[in-house]
Design a protein around this ligand. Structure first.
Ligand code: FPP
Length: 248
């Protein structure tokens, strides 16, 4: 029985988020430059997108570029931006064929103009697709997202549009970049690091975490299915007792 067959389709995570890590180490192990790892990471992105779409995951969020990644050497940042543009261009047909809807989160206005243009074209092109929603986190930082939400809420309060006691979870979430997307059920991080690295901090309050030693360029459908099978063995209690969950 293949791993794909072992996935219980009645207990799928609706939203899977991935911290793609380990491209640099993968390249170094092979005696290559870091960018070689990023280039090979694109294959793993394809595997994750196709693998998720094939079993019926509804949302897949990929942490592709964090706000902190600008601190990397300019050569690497430039190479990552070009890789992003070339990948979006080369994959846009496949996204259409696979009925994938592309969206983004993060400070998109802070990205190079050509990346912004490219991204918005493909988001527009795929907006009516009804299959997997692929969300790219670009120039993203959860603290930035939260501060941005607070600033907008304070501005609304100052204008008298909202009373303090009306600010609750639902109201706050409407001011996040992820407004309209469900919280991730499963968060995967590759490369053996046990960190969240400023990713979706608000949204992962009740998310199941899965860490694997696999370096991102080696990630594939089967690695995704392994993570989902592990997730399916867990009991999600959301603060309740085990008995309450079993009897509900
Ligand atoms: C982390 O590995 C990876 C990144 C910062 C970039 C991820 C980008 C891609 C997989 C390619 C393009 C993506 C898309 C969506 C088209 P690292 O460089 O931090 O690895 P290290 O920890 O081993 O140094």
């Amino acid at each position: 029985m293949s791993l794909k067959e072992k996935v219980d389709r009645t207990k799928l995570p609706k939203h899977v988020a991935i911290i793609m890590d380990g491209n640099g180490r993968w390249a170094k192990k092979k005696g290559n430059q870091r960018i070689f790892g990023h280039k090979n990471g694109v294959k793993a992105v394809r595997e994750a997108v196709e693998g998720a779409g094939e079993i019926g995951v509804e949302y897949l969020t990929l942490y592709a570029f964090s706000t902190e990644n600008w601190n990397r050497p300019k050569q690497e940042v430039d190479a990552l931006m070009s890789l992003l543009v070339s990948t979006l261009n080369s994959e846009s047909g496949t996204l259409m064929e696979n009925n994938v809807r592309l969206r983004s989160i993060g400070d998109i206005a802070g990205l190079p103009k050509n990346v912004q243009q490219n991204l918005s074209e493909i988001i527009k092109k795929t907006e009516k697709n009804t299959g997997l929603t692929l969300i790219l986190a670009l120039n993203y930082s959860a603290r930035w997202e939260i501060i941005n939400a607070v600033q907008n809420i304070v501005a609304e309060a100052k204008q008298g549009d909202i009373e303090l006691d009306q600010i609750n979870n639902d109201y706050f979430e409407k001011h996040l970049n992820t407004c309209g997307f469900p919280d991730p059920d499963l968060l995967i991080r590759t490369s053996g690091e046990f960190r969240i690295s400023n990713f979706l901090i608000w949204q992962i309050a009740y998310t199941e975490l899965y860490f694997t030693e696999v370096l991102w360029p080696d990630f594939n459908r089967d690695e995704l299915y392994k993570a989902i099978i592990d997730y399916q063995k867990r009991e999600r209690r959301f603060g309740k007792t085990s008995d309450q969950i079993i009897n509900s």
